[in-house]
Design a protein around this ligand. Structure first.
Ligand SMILES: CC(C)(COP(=O)(O)OP(=O)(O)OC[C@H]1O[C@@H](n2cnc3c(N)ncnc32)[C@H](O)[C@@H]1OP(=O)(O)O)[C@@H](O)C(=O)NCCC(=O)NCCS
Length: 164
């Protein structure tokens, strides 16, 4: 790790940088559901609503004053928190994801969620390993489920972490 990483709730001042990070990761084309070209204005509006509203928790990891990762939790009324996260390409494998996820588990619990749920591509070894290290279990498998812009149909692993 180059310098300490801290995790805090995102503010409106973070939104542009966090959307830019999502655009960069979407451009990699392999790791997240969002694909390029990203509707930047739409994402921006959505993130503003998430940061300001009560139904989501947005966390930012920063190092040296710059954002290096982000994590979003969407709190469903039935008690499940849906998780999505990205770490900036140059910062992976250095504990940023671990720091974000540890904070997210605490905040989801405090928000009253009984479970965290997520989906991950089967080829995403780093994400699968990270989630399993936190105790997430593989609960299901979606076969040829998501159509990518290339026309390919991708599988997804459904994972869950009970908090109760
Ligand atoms: C998945 C992701 C969030 C992990 O964040 P990270 O900061 O790289 O993770 P950490 O450095 O905290 O590593 C945590 C654990 O993940 C695993 N891991 C990390 N990189 C790995 C790799 N390349 N291959 C296999 N396992 C890996 C290890 O188990 C590691 O634990 P260890 O340090 O004890 O070995 C990050 O790689 C990322 O943003 N990837 C692109 C976007 C993405 O895939 N988002 C998740 C979509 S479901």
């Amino acid at each position: 790790m180059t310098g300490p990483v801290s995790v805090r709730p995102a503010t409106l001042d973070d939104v542009d940088a966090l959307v830019a990070m999502l655009v960069e990761v979407a451009g990699e084309g392999r790791w997240i559901g969002t694909e390029a070209p990203v509707d930047v204005e739409g994402r921006r509006d959505r993130m503003v609503r998430e940061v300001e509203g009560e139904d989501a928790i947005v966390l930012v990891a920063e190092a040296g004053g710059a954002p290096v990762g982000q994590l979003g939790l969407h709190l469903a009324r039935y008690g499940v928190a849906d998780l999505g996260m990205v770490v900036a390409p140059g910062w992976r494998g250095r504990g940023v994801g671990t720091a974000l996820l540890a904070e997210a588990v605490e905040r989801a619990r405090k928000a009253g969620a009984h479970k965290i749920a997520l989906q991950v591509w089967p080829h995403n070894a780093a994400a699968l390993a990270l989630y399993e290290r936190f105790g997430f279990r593989r609960e299901g498998y979606l076969t040829r489920h998501y159509r990518r812009r290339s026309g390919e149909l991708w599988d997804a692993v459904i994972m869950g972490l009970p908090l109760d």
